[in-house]
Design a protein around this ligand. Structure first.
Ligand code: PHE
Length: 342
């Protein structure tokens, strides 16, 4: 009897089998319990013999049960430790991460450089009224410059009497808006998207410009030249960049100048700031008195310069990118090739 119950206890494979063995031996109707109940029917002599033996057996079975229970729970813990482990030193799975688009990156660089010279950042809407995009900039309805701009006009339905709107063809309307909002003196740049109906290797129908505007009591073209040369040296990370001002014409500036920077081509790459070549990078001039007046600024008290520069264009120059269209293809292989994506 003893050997058979000890055997069952020792062989119990889990908690359930062990509990079965316990009930079988020591439960209310267990074999050992029943035998203990038999003691009552025995003679005192028989009882004196069987009593202690049964008690000893009961104790022995109880401690065997406890030992087996402990062993089973140790084994269960060991099994959990074996299966539920985590290697915290393992390298994480590679995860695709977004990166900043080169145009956004360059826009931020430009803003940071101008911020060092005291220029804040202003913004305006991309769908612009005809008045802000043209009239206020001294381009009345039948001005020839309007036709040259390859403008996208917003469609208007029959009976729609809202003012005509366009996709802004340049960032210059932001000059008017910020002057109206904040008045003079002012020093801002206005980066953003502009639209013209034009498409080839160096033109996309949407591109980016950054406008510059500085109005105060005694601002001159000399200030413009200094600001631009400071900017180009910082942007192209060179000692200095010589600029060349070529007389030009814009309806909203007088005098006007197109600005070239000194550069050279060496083994197929462009070097800015050295060599005997010139590259046109922006349009600029002294803000026309009519433009100041349209924005509510007294041209007898205030004057200053404005410029407009292609952001994509200077990004192409800085990073040696030959085709403007690639900027807007969202091709990850291209972005990786130029180091703009991981
Ligand atoms: N708005 C002009 C353009 O888009 C650039 C410009 C800006 C010229 C400000 C002069 C002054 O070509």
């Amino acid at each position: 009897l003893r050997a058979s119950w000890l055997g069952r206890i020792a062989d119990a494979a889990d908690e359930q089998a062990l509990e079965g063995a316990r009930l079988g031996a020591l439960g209310k109707k267990g074999e050992v319990s029943l035998m203990m109940r038999e003691l009552g029917k025995m003679t005192p002599e028989q009882r004196q013999q069987a009593g202690p033996a049964l008690n000893a057996l009961k104790d022995e079975l109880n401690s065997a049960l406890a030992a087996r229970r402990a062993a089973l729970s140790d084994a269960a813990l060991a099994e959990r430790l074996r299966t539920e482990w985590l290697d915290v030193s393992l390298a994480p799975r590679p995860r695709a991460m977004g990166t900043i688009h080169p145009v956004s990156q360059v826009t931020e660089e430009v803003a940071a450089i101008f911020a060092d010279m005291g220029f804040g950042v202003a913004e305006g809407p991309q769908i612009e009224s005809d008045w802000y995009n043209f009239d206020a900039l001294n381009m009345p309805s039948h001005h020839s410059a309007r036709a040259e701009m390859d403008t996208f006009y917003m469609a208007r339905g029959e009976g729609d009497d809202r003012a005509p709107h366009v996709l802004r063809t340049h960032t210059s309307p932001v000059q008017i808006r910020t002057l109206q909002d904040r008045g003079a003196p002012i020093r801002i740049i206005a980066p953003g998207r502009v639209y013209r109906s034009d498409f080839d290797q160096t033109h996309t129908p949407m591109f980016h410009q950054v406008e510059g505007l500085a109005i105060d009591r005694d601002i001159s073209m000399a200030n413009l030249k200094w600001v631009l040369e400071e900017f180009f040296a910082a942007f192209f990370e060179v000692e200095g960049v010589e600029t060349r001002f070529r007389a030009s014409h814009f309806p909203f500036t007088e005098p006007s100048a197109e600005v070239d920077i000194r550069c050279s081509w060496k083994d197929g790459t462009l070097k800015v700031g050295e060599g005997d070549g010139w590259l046109e990078v922006l349009g600029s001039g002294m803000v026309h008195p009519k433009v100041l007046a349209a924005a509510g600024i007294d041209p007898n008290e205030w004057q200053g310069f404005a410029f407009g520069m292609g952001i994509d264009r200077i990004a192409m120059l800085k990073y040696g990118i030959p085709d403007l269209r690639a900027f807007f293809d969202a091709d990850l292989r291209w972005l990786r090739h130029y180091g703009f994506a991981a």
